[in-house]
Design a protein. Structure first.
Length: 316
């Protein structure tokens, strides 16, 4: 009989971000039960502790790896041989570098199923001010980012943008004591969504970029106007270009260009690096460079523009 893949779930986050609570709750849910053994690998000890007797009833065993040097292919192979798990959960220490996890060879049949990051919303800004590069590394390949302990006064829209500019595909969830919070962008847009032409100010470019990524339906067939820098790609034909901005997520060495594909016959005459004001209608279309559907801007007007005072988009 062919051996089935062993799903591996990577859970990381700063100390006391709620990793243990999240895992302990999930392990005890009926929907998460499997007939085979679950191996829980702990790479740090937080304030919360697991009840090992309770976990045994869930057919779950704990193994602790205390030193980063011991998180290696040999150790994982030994644990695989010892327990022959049907599923693996890894509560990972981000101070060991999440990149190290991805670079470590897993035992045969182990397959990363999901990468989850937990964040304490009440301390998020402190960590962002002091350990921002570590957070960016944590979320770069994450599938799900959970902000817990959220309060009304927290700038949740800003938190979400901080994630999305680094990893646009990550699902971002917000939770308070009562459960999930929805519609965090409701009534927060700094521009008039009902205007004939939605004017995007320089300072609001990042807000618009992320919101349209997440909520494309509400922009389709609307007309937007914004200022961007011209980028062209060999992957696009002469009738397309990308007007956008450089966005900084951590430091000057951690910047990337963000923008959406724009179509207009005049694109071939635009100079790369020049600044333009684009007035365009938004469509939802399949594009190979998106590997799927996404926003395509049909430019109604393209005008030369001066370089803006606020050139760089900052997410933080």
């Amino acid at each position: 009989m062919m051996k089935r893949d062993v799903p591996v779930y990577l859970i990381t986050g700063f100390l006391e971000s709620g990793k243990t609570q999240f895992l302990d709750f999930t392990i005890h849910q009926s929907y998460f039960q499997i007939p085979d053994k679950t191996l829980l690998i702990l790479c740090e000890e937080g304030e919360e502790e697991y009840d090992e007797e309770s976990l045994k009833k869930m057919n779950t065993v704990i193994e602790i790896i205390e030193d980063p040097e011991d998180f290696n292919a040999d150790t994982l192979q030994m644990l695989n041989k010892k327990h022959q798990p049907g599923r693996v959960l890894v509560e990972y220490n981000p101070l060991w570098s999440v990149d190290k996890f991805y670079q470590t060879d897993m035992p045969r049949y182990w397959d990363l199923a999901q990468h989850i990051v937990t964040v304490d919303a009440s301390t998020f800004q402190i960590y962002m001010n002091n350990m921002k590069s570590l957070f960016m590394e944590m979320i770069r390949n994450a599938d799900l980012v959970i902000f817990n302990r959220c309060q009304d006064e927290h700038p949740l829209a800003n938190f979400r943008r901080s994630v999305k500019v680094v990893n646009s595909r990550a699902e971002v969830v917000f939770e308070n004591e009562e459960g999930e919070i929805d519609d965090i962008f409701q009534d927060e847009m700094p521009y008039d969504m009902n205007a004939d032409i939605i004017d995007i100010e320089d300072i609001d470019y990042g807000i618009w970029y992320v919101d349209m990524m997440d909520n494309l339906d509400k922009y389709v067939d609307k007309t937007v106007r914004f200022k961007g820098q011209v980028l062209k790609s060999r992957e696009l034909n002469a009738g397309f270009f990308v007007p956008g901005r450089m966005a900084m997520t951590c430091c000057a060495d951690d910047t990337q260009f963000i923008g959406y594909i724009c179509k207009n016959p005049a694109a071939k005459r635009l100079r790369i690096g020049s600044w333009v004001t684009v007035t365009a209608k938004v469509k939802d279309e399949f594009m190979e460079v998106y590997n799927g559907r996404g926003p395509v801007l049909y430019a109604i007007e393209i005008e030369a523009a001066e370089k803006p005072e606020q050139e760089l988009v900052y997410f933080g």
